[in-house]
Write a protein that binds this ligand. Structure first.
Ligand SMILES: Cc1ncc(C[n+]2csc(CCOP(=O)(O)OP(=O)(O)O)c2C)c(N)n1
Length: 639
């Protein structure tokens, strides 16, 4: 095998001795490595391809890890990982115990700040800048933030503060005009205006020719020389200027010599600097350039076996665990919502930059005028829904569980305190598989249970989801529906259309699995395994997590119970059941084991591996039941 530049690099310092031609070749190698690896393992594709030159330039100019790079969201940081000593292990990307798909402090000293949720980079960078100043240090700090992430309010909270503090800090806007879908909003329009207002081509030529005269085999410049060239780049960046930043750009984020020149010259500028780079999402892979939405995050083998050819046909992206026959919960939600909205003109759909992931893009096709993508603004999405609800509309806010964490105060203060009829369609609730611990949705049962006036429901399958959504929209109060990143297989209808009622899915005398959502399926399979050993296990689907079906709980109190939830055990469903028995003074009678996550975030692995790791697959549940019954026998023998 040919030795590549990439394989010989030990630290990013090694690229500082490379010529421009070699750096361009390195960029090619990085792209190939990203495409091959993501095609094998799945992962983000279009975003990392868009920042290859920018990443090389940053590592060329800055001295990491002393200088700090903070990647917003972090899904674009693959080139950074490849340049910082992880090329040899890059084939483990997003695998169990492998390289994370996001920056992670515990993985490398070059990952100065962990990310996964968007719009945090400027706040973190500003904190680091102030820490540097307090400690009397002098290193550089740069945050790289996408135009999508820039729509998150936090980014502007941080800009506002940075301008006020006048901190020495570089913010690089990676503007590819895309969030996951096309970026939306007035800000996206403003960025576009900045690009068109400035005669970008001419500016590029100016610096391009300047650069050409300077770059030989090695790029060495003095700050003084550069300042002259940079002056031409400090333009009127109205909004950013007003916030106290020096606005520079827009510049071509794929023009490596230009980036190196500019970064070298601006890195020692005092105060906050905002560098506007334009990039192409998916750069270097034709299919991704043409369809960056499909290639934002992909499943393995999206390019077939010819990864790197650039003109491959995308495979259909499906939720993990979805087989050809079963729809995903996301699809089931979209289908049900469209059907209900066709009967009720008050229904509107809201997503926060995730119309495709939440299924709302299908709703948008059916009802474009009743569909809102608010940008990466979960907080705003929730209060915006509250406003709509206050005036008689029926908003359905579709968010991933992990991102609703962002809108928690709004959920409490704006929706539930006023008991406004907002429906929260909470997707990716539970373990999300090969993404990151940052994206697991394993806290919502705990944080939602705590809020007065809120009903919390968990459908076990597509039919149940449709029933619950219909019921939720018929109420005049807030309701949360939480469902997993999985197929929504038809688990079986017991004929009970009252979604508040728990349902017996399987009778059993020896013990009962009391389950949340699709955990019912694993419990049914566990019951089957136990039946082969002569153990009779029943399965009851709780359906309503808040309020609980207490009549059902009263009827179950004499059987050993195993509660099963894809959620942390801290304050989750099992805790709710225990609390009920305690409050109703039945606790002394019941024997309960709780299956769920024991105070952990949930490690990176496939969803199937995660379910096994956290004792939520059929084998583990059967094992838990066996152990519980043995313990019971031992206890009664001792009696
Ligand atoms: C708080 C939050 N909401 C939603 C997401 C999901 N998400 C991941 S990447 C992304 C788009 C980011 O767009 P941009 O910052 O422009 O980066 P690009 O992918 O275009 O490089 C979104 C919405 C997230 N990571 N964090």
């Amino acid at each position: 095998m040919m030795t590549t530049f990439l394989d010989t690099l030990k630290t990013p310092q090694d690229i500082k001795g490379m010529s421009l031609d070699q750096l361009e070749m390195l960029a090619g190698e990085i792209r190939t490595r990203i495409i091959e690896t993501v095609n094998r393992n799945g992962g983000h594709l279009a975003s990392p391809l868009g920042v290859v030159e920018l990443t090389i330039a940053l590592h060329y100019v800055f001295d990491t890890p002393e200088d700090k790079l903070i990647w917003d969201v972090g899904h674009q940081s693959y080139a950074h990982k490849l340049l910082t000593g992880r090329a040899g292990r890059f084939d483990t990307l997003r695998k169990r115990d492998g390289i994370s798909g996001y920056p992670k402090i515990s993985e490398s000293r070059f990952d100065s700040f962990g990310t996964g949720h968007s719009s945090t980079s400027i706040s973190a960078a500003l904190g680091m800048a102030m820490a540097r100043d307090h400690l009397g240090l002098h290193h550089h700090i740069a945050a790289v933030i996408g135009d999508g992430a820039m729509t998150g309010g936090m980014a502007f909270e941080a800009m506002n503060h940075a301008g006020h503090l006048g901190a020495k800090l570089l913010v690089i806007l990676n503007d590819n005009e895309m969030s996951i879908s096309r970026n939306v909003g007035a800000l996206a329009h403003y960025f576009n205006q900045l690009i068109t207002a400035r005669p970008y081509k001419r500016a590029k030529q100016d610096v391009g020719s300047f650069v050409k005269t300077l770059i030989g085999n090695r790029i060495t410049r003095t700050i003084q020389d550069f300042e002259k060239s940079v002056k031409g780049f400090i333009t009127k960046g109205g909004l950013f200027q007003e916030l106290g930043f020096n606005y520079i750009g827009p510049v071509d984020g794929h023009d490596l010599p230009l980036l190196i020149e500019l970064l070298s010259s601006i890195k020692d500028m005092d105060g906050p600097v905002f560098l506007h780079c334009t990039t192409e999402k998916g750069k270097g892979l034709k299919a991704a350039e043409e369809d960056p939405l499909t290639y934002h995050g992909v499943k393995p083998m999206i390019l077939g076996t010819d990864a790197g050819e650039g003109d491959a046909i995308p495979a259909k992206v499906k939720a993990p665990g979805a087989d050809a026959a079963a729809v995903s919960f996301t699809d089931a939600f979209a289908r049900a919502l469209i059907e209900l909205a066709s009967r009720d003109p008050r229904i509107v759909g809201i997503s926060a930059a995730m119309p495709t992931g939440t299924g709302l893009s299908k709703f948008e096709q059916a009802f474009p005028e009743r569909s809102y993508d608010v940008g990466i603004c979960e907080q705003h999405a929730v209060t915006f829904a509250a406003g709509l609800a206050a005036e008689g509309m029926r908003p359905v806010t579709a968010l991933y569980s992990t991102f609703l964490q962002r809108g928690y105060d709004q959920l409490i203060h704006d929706v539930c305190l006023q008991s406004l009829p907002v429906v929260f369609a909470i997707d990716r609730a539970g373990l999300v598989g090969e993404d990151s611990p940052t994206q697991n949705g394993v806290f919502d049962l705990s944080y939602l249970r705590a809020v007065p006036n809120l009903r919390v429901l968990a459908p076990r399958d597509a039919a149940d989801l449709a029933l619950m959504l219909e019921w939720a929209l018929s109420l005049n109060e807030p309701v949360a529906l939480r469902y997993a990143r999985s197929a929504a297989p038809d688990i079986g209808d017991t004929g009970n259309r009252d979604v508040r009622a728990a349902q017996r899915l399987r009778e059993g005398d020896d013990l009962i699995f009391l389950t949340v959502g699709p955990c019912a399926l694993a419990a049914l399979n566990a019951a089957q395994l136990l039946a082969q050993e002569g153990i009779s296990a029943g399965v009851v689907d709780a359906r309503s997590i808040k309020p609980l079906d207490t009549a059902m709980l009263d009827s179950l109190r004499d059987a050993p119970l195993v509660t099963v939830e894809e959620n942390t055990l801290n304050g989750g469903f099992g805790s709710a059941v225990l609390e009920y028995y305690e409050q109703s003074e039945q606790l002394h009678r019941v024997q309960i084991c709780r299956a769920g996550l024991h105070d952990v975030f949930g490690d990176l692995a496939t969803r199937e591996e995660q379910l096994r790791m956290y004792g939520l697959d059929a084998d583990s549940l059967a094992g838990m039941a066996r152990e519980m019954l043995h313990r019971r026998v031992r206890t009664s023998l001792a009696d």
